[in-house]
Design a protein around this ligand. Structure first.
Ligand code: ZN
Length: 550
């Protein structure tokens, strides 16, 4: 037990002046908790008072319970550890929600299991219609090889099939899919992508980067507006269950933005969304006069998103040194510097924050060239340029990021969950990947980011991965980049709020901030760091309401 001095007892005086009646009578008091607030002025507390979805007081049991009035509900937390709600700054909720609604989840452990799942879906799908799969991961199957066009033919001969890799950026198609997309042996590879061919020139089925556009053009979108809302509802349930109360949708569309609003209005949105808009849709947004920051505490327009290179889990990130065991493979760029500049400048001039996906060191340098140029041409006080993923760094990258105060959003769960991909990068390179220690020491504001579906999203897994740098099999990757639990919690809370210009609203438990929090079944500060992932989530609260209760 600890004493909280009167001086440290914080009260929302600003708001009190505005709403004297409501603010002095909390509708909810949580007490007997072990609050880890992420507020340096009062790091630990026992109780909070909440009114109209915001914290109005944080302090000791005695101080906060004293504020109870007739309308106040009181909840005894039984000395459970409470953290601010987690912010997953880069993930793909709307689209993954829709995938969960309709597509075949190919997160299976053998190619034959994937074939069986696709086959089963095909038997329920009218002939000629698409069978779609997602979350396929070649390193998680026992076969030790990639899915091929032949595997897909065998499983599904009479339907076009298109399966996306868990890492994004790579897809797998059968012959009927190629035919439906009007791609044949004479079709040239598009810029920024390719239809992989074997030594005899035959398609392998692997479709890389922008070559997927040929397929996406002909795959009919069968989702209704209700499906869009249902997808958001589903993923919101999945994510809040793990303690997430805010997400950054890293590649949204105007339709996704509508879906989030529809879910908010129907009471199905349990987490707040900062929705990035992809470069292909940015003109529609700009011409509507919309820019970053528009919206409310639940659904807000984020930055504009572009993509500079490939993926870490699919091993297409553009690196300065080749992949281990593949001496000629340096990965792929997916946009030229000029393209990134043109779109970036246009959006930035229209008031948009910029977020650009860059994994490999060469791609990050390209993005920094673009950001530095735009920053010179259009000076802005607090641009918060984001480098999405920012996986493989070097000293010069860090210096240039410091000069711009650029924000990295490194993968939080990859070391733990995707350990089997790390040998492609190697021990040495891992010392400069997902470089949280380096980012924090440089004074940058790295965030927690799952990139779901490519990465797993539970924040407890992120904490374990970041603190231990150890994969599921016990192998340590880049121990020099370990951070402390306290730092990892900040990365997952207040830094996420900073990255979306919402630090005054959320990211810590303090008066006047949104009442977003998570109640844990066990205390991570008393847990062995190798079992953080197993800590049960008891309850999640967003805006003063329980959105998940175990
Ligand atoms: Zn992403």
């Amino acid at each position: 037990m600890f004493e909280t001095s009167r001086r440290n007892f914080l009260f929302g005086l600003g708001a009190l002046a505005l709403f004297p009646m409501e603010r002095t009578e909390p509708d909810l008091i949580l007490y007997n908790g072990k609050f880890w607030t992420v507020d340096p002025r009062l790091p630990e507390a026992q109780a909070v008072a909440i009114s109209r979805g915001r914290f109005v007081a944080v302090g000791s049991n005695e101080e906060v319970l004293h504020l109870a009035a007739g309308i106040s509900r009181k909840v005894d937390l039984g000395m459970k550890r409470v953290l601010p709600g987690f912010i997953d700054a880069h993930c793909h909720p709307a689209v993954s929600g829709r995938m969960h609604l309709r597509q075949v989840d190919c997160d299976l452990r053998s190619i034959s299991a994937i074939q069986a799942a696709l086959h089963e879906r095909a038997t329920k799908t009218p002939s000629g219609q698409w069978v779609l799969g997602f979350k396929y991961d070649d390193t998680k199957t026992s076969d030790g090889r990639m899915l091929t066009i032949k595997d897909l033919e065998e499983a599904v001969p009479d339907h076009p099939v298109f399966v996306s890799h868990r890492g994004g950026h790579v897809d797998f198609a059968n012959s009927l899919a190629f035919k439906t997309a009007s791609v044949n042996q004479n079709t040239p590879d598009p810029s920024g992508g390719s239809f992989e061919r074997d030594s005899s020139g035959q398609f392998t089925g692997r479709v890389i980067e922008r070559a997927s556009a040929a397929f996406n053009k002909v795959i009919p979108s069968t989702y209704t507006r209700d499906d869009y809302r249902e997808g958001v509802k589903l993923i919101s349930r999945m994510m809040t269950k793990t303690g997430i109360t805010s997400v950054g949708d890293a590649l949204g569309t105007p339709e996704d933005l509508q879906a989030y609003q529809d879910a908010r209005d129907s009471g199905d949105l349990g987490m707040r969304v900062y929705c990035f808009i992809g470069w292909l849709a940015i003109d529609r947004m700009i011409s509507a006069g919309v820019r970053t920051g528009f919206g409310d505490d639940w659904v807000r327009v984020g930055g504009m998103k572009q993509i500079a290179d490939g993926a870490i889990s699919a091993r297409t990130a553009r690196l300065s040194q080749p992949y281990i065991g593949h001496p000629n493979d340096y990965g792929t760029f997916s946009a030229t510097e000029e393209e990134l500049y043109e779109f970036g400048r246009k959006a930035y001039a229209a008031g948009w924050q910029l977020g650009t996906h860059a994994n490999g060191d060469v791609a990050i340098e390209r993005v920094l060239n673009v950001y530095e140029r735009i920053n010179r041409e259009i000076p802005r006080k607090d641009p918060r340029f984001r480098i999405e993923h920012c996986t493989l760094i070097n000293d010069s990258i860090i210096r240039r990021m410091q000069a711009l105060n650029a924000i990295p959003t490194p993968f939080s769960t990859y070391v733990y969950y995707h350990g089997e991909k790390m040998p492609y990068y190697g021990e040495e390179r891992l010392k400069r990947m997902f470089a949280l220690r380096t980012f924090l020491d440089a004074g940058l504001h790295p965030t927690q980011a799952s990139d779901y579906p490519p990465g797993e999203f539970p924040p407890m897994m992120a904490l374990q991965s970041e603190v231990t740098r150890t994969d599921m099999k016990g192998h340590v990757w880049g121990a020099n980049q370990r951070i402390t639990l306290e730092e990892a919690i900040k990365v997952g809370t207040i830094n996420g709020a900073y990255a979306s210009y919402e630090k005054r609203l959320k990211g810590s438990i303090e008066p006047d901030k949104l009442a977003d929090l998570v109640v844990l079944g066990r205390d991570p500060f008393k847990e062995d760091s190798s079992t953080l992932v197993n800590i049960p989530i008891e309850r999640t609260m967003t805006g003063g309401k329980w959105v998940y209760e175990s």
